[in-house]
Design a protein. Structure first.
Length: 205
């Protein structure tokens, strides 16, 4: 599909915006835009307003950096969660994946990525200082490294292990039921649940 195919600049602009999203090609973007045009003006307006409201009003939990509607996310605000155990994950999708296992009752810390020099991402680009501050209170008994089993994930695990080693806290890692190279968010719930329950003490390999 080339720009000359468009009979409307408005249509072309909308397709370009959808195609800017990851994983969305121009043909898919065109189909999505045409679907919106077939909807009622009220439905389309509601769709657009939900995106604008998401961008303008979304918050990140002050404790764990999870996406939230309020200053403290529902998980951190839940008095039944075990605040002495923190599961360290790369992103919000990983929180959702672990929650879907119904096996974990602690709280989380979302780093916002992993250390990746090739991508220009270093420790200072992640939410590591706030994790250390939480551990430094002395209330945390266990840190679970639940990062993807990639080179970048392992590098980040090792950095955190060295960074937090001065504190009296148990550091564990998911059992390798999660295949090496797997992204955590794409791991099935049963495998992920077993890897969580069978976690091992983290040791430098």
């Amino acid at each position: 599909m080339t720009n000359s195919n468009f009979s409307s600049r408005l249509l072309e602009n909308a397709v370009n915006e959808f195609a800017s999203l990851p994983g969305i090609g121009r043909k898919t973007a065109f189909r999505l835009v045409m679907n919106l045009l077939r909807r009622s003006p009220e439905e389309t307006r509601r769709f657009g307003e939900s995106i604008i409201k998401l961008r303008e009003e979304i918050r990140y939990c002050e404790h764990c950096n999870n996406i939230s509607d309020t200053e403290i996310c529902d998980i951190c605000a839940n008095p039944k969660r075990d605040r002495t155990t923190i599961c360290v994950v790369e992103n919000v999708q990983d929180v959702m994946a672990i929650e879907n296992t119904n096996q974990y009752k602690g709280v989380y810390h979302v780093l916002g990525g992993v250390i990746s020099p090739i991508d220009g991402i270093g420790p200072s680009d992640l939410k590591i200082d706030t994790l250390e501050a939480r551990v430094g209170t002395g209330e945390v008994k266990e840190i679970i490294f639940a990062l993807s089993t990639t080179m970048e994930g392992d590098t980040t695990n090792y950095y955190l292990y060295k960074k937090l080693g001065k504190y009296d806290v148990l550091m564990t890692i998911l059992a390798r039921g999660v295949a090496v190279g797997d992204e955590l968010e794409y791991t099935d719930e049963i495998t992920l649940g077993r890897a969580l329950n069978n976690r091992n003490p983290y040791r430098q390999l």
